[in-house]
Write a protein that binds this ligand. Structure first.
Ligand SMILES: [Zn+2]
Length: 338
């Protein structure tokens, strides 16, 4: 009986949200998120509620463009699932600007959800020696020797695990849609799945890869769209009297996920937000920052969870800033280089 009562109260508050929105002159993205959250937090969505949402959509003049997109997606998904709320809480795949992401419900007694960012990359072996002089660099590359490219692909796939299971996310207060039981708070484990795909049809990104001339000991500087065969190995840099070790692929895959250099993340005046040209200072001007993966080291910090907080915000119609990030310190042990 008590449960029924609370359900009725919840239903009423959802209805109140709808009525308020229908009366408002303009419906913004924030407003739409609030409506969707109240539907998600509630236990059901009724036919009437769906019709109400559809009606909001039809009142085109009231919705801002972003609000319209968000609501249209939700209504389409809700309609497809015919109001089955167990599924409605999770849109299975978010087609974000860059990659897909998938939110998976815990199984058994677990309360840990998985949020997997899927990056489908076409990795192209390039034999053109001119490409190695890219960005004014004076390096030489040769043709990929037999079998080396497949080895490189396997190694890159293995190194991409660096970015998987490194963070947990704690939902914002009051978000009930991820609750699996009433006793314990749910968490979200952030995963990364680099898929090296053969065809360009479903790819998110194309990256070229070259094989460096073994006679040339100088290092090529890889960048987001051009890798070399040495990127999957440990590389050592001396700077400021200290030695830093890293695997270049970890850093480059960080860029693939949309992360900038540590100097940009930490707001150095020398590295403006849009100016990530790779100037030396942006890799860190003190020891702590150089130790960062987005510097010349291997450390991860909470700011590097942004790709996942942005994705979970889309899945749950919340704001990315409201999610608390916990670094999975246990996982760091696996990637210690010294
Ligand atoms: Zn970089």
């Amino acid at each position: 009986m008590a449960e029924l009562r609370s359900r009725q109260i919840k239903d009423q508050s959802v209805r109140r949200e709808f009525r308020k929105s229908l009366d408002a002159n303009k419906i913004t993205e924030t407003e739409v998120k609030r409506i969707i959250r109240s539907v998600n937090d509630n236990q059901t969505i009724t036919r009437t509620e769906l019709q109400d949402l559809q009606r909001i959509l039809d009142e085109s003049t009231k919705l801002t463009p972003r609000a319209r997109l968000l609501l249209a997606d939700f209504v389409r998904e809700a309609d497809r699932l015919k109001g089955n709320k167990a599924h409605l809480k999770l849109l299975p795949v978010v087609h974000g600007k860059k990659f897909d992401s998938q939110l998976t419900r815990p199984t058994g007694y677990s309360r840990i959800w998985s949020l997997t960012i899927e990056a489908r990359v076409v990795l192209k072996a390039v034999d053109d020696p001119d490409i190695c002089t890219d960005r004014g660099a004076d390096r030489s590359c040769v043709e990929w020797p037999d079998g080396e490219f497949s080895k490189f692909k396997l190694a890159l796939k293995r190194q991409s695990r660096f970015w998987s299971e490194r963070f947990f996310l704690k939902p914002p207060d009051g978000l009930n849609s991820l609750q699996v039981d009433s006793r314990a708070d749910p968490y979200v484990l952030c995963k990364f799945d680099l898929q090296l795909v053969p065809s360009v049809a479903r790819r998110h990104r194309t990256i070229r890869a070259v094989y460096l001339d073994p006679e040339d000991s100088s290092q090529m500087r890889s960048h987001a769209r051009l890798y070399d065969n040495k990127d999957v190995r440990v590389r050592t840099t001396r700077r400021g009297g200290k030695t830093y070790k890293r695997v270049t692929a970890w850093h480059e895959l960080g860029h693939l996920l949309g992360l900038k250099h540590i100097g940009v993340i930490n707001g150095y005046a020398e590295c403006g937000p849009g100016d990530d040209t790779g100037a030396r200072v942006c890799y860190g001007k003190n020891h702590r920052d150089r130790q960062d993966t987005m510097g010349i080291g291997t450390a991860l910090r909470k700011a590097h969870a942004t790709p996942w907080t942005n994705a979970i915000a889309q899945h749950t119609f919340t704001d990315a800033a409201d999610w608390k990030v916990l670094v999975n310190s246990h996982a760091a042990e696996k990637f210690k280089l010294d």
